[in-house]
Structure formats: C-alpha cells, structure tokens
Unconditional design. Sequence first.
Length: 108
Amino acid sequence: MSELEKRKKAAEAKFAVGEELTFQAIVKRDRTVAKWIAENCFSLNSKESSDFVESAVKANLEHPGDDDILEFFKGVFDEKGITFNQNEIVEQLAVTYEKILQDESGDQ
C-alpha cells in the first residue's frame, strides 16, 4: 500500500469516527432536552417520560437538521394545549449540545 493510500484510508477513518461522534452527541442532546421538556413542561409519569424521550430521538432521525425534532416537540405541545416557545427549545438544544461536546473533549 502506497503512502498516499495509507493517508487516504486514515483520513476516511478519521472522518467516519467524527461523524459517529457527532451522531452520538446529537442523540444524547435529544434525550437530554426531551427529558428536560418532560420534567419542566409536561406532567408525565416515568413511563410516559421514557416513551416521550424515545419518540423524540426517533423523530430527529427522520431528516438531517433539527426541523423534525422541533416539529415533534411543537406537535406534542399543541396536543397538550401548552404554548410552544421555539426559541427556548432551540436554546436548550444548542446549550445542551455545546455542553456535551465540552464534556466529551474533556474526557480525552
């Protein structure tokens, strides 16, 4: 294997690891924010909260970006007759994601 091929494979591997870490951080973020919503916005029992968190994570796997999870959250807020403050949820998603990234970079 030539040096160029080795570098190419190493770059591909590094990219794949980076993508996997990003995906894991987003899933963790979604779980954390959904749990925060369940605890702070809705009166859910433990089972309902767990189901809500799992549904939120699945909702965000539909399309790239955060539009699908925001639509999911808005739908649940609307079903419950609670005002949906998108700015607050977007801020929670951003702050939580940054904290997760900082925690993970501190682990290395």
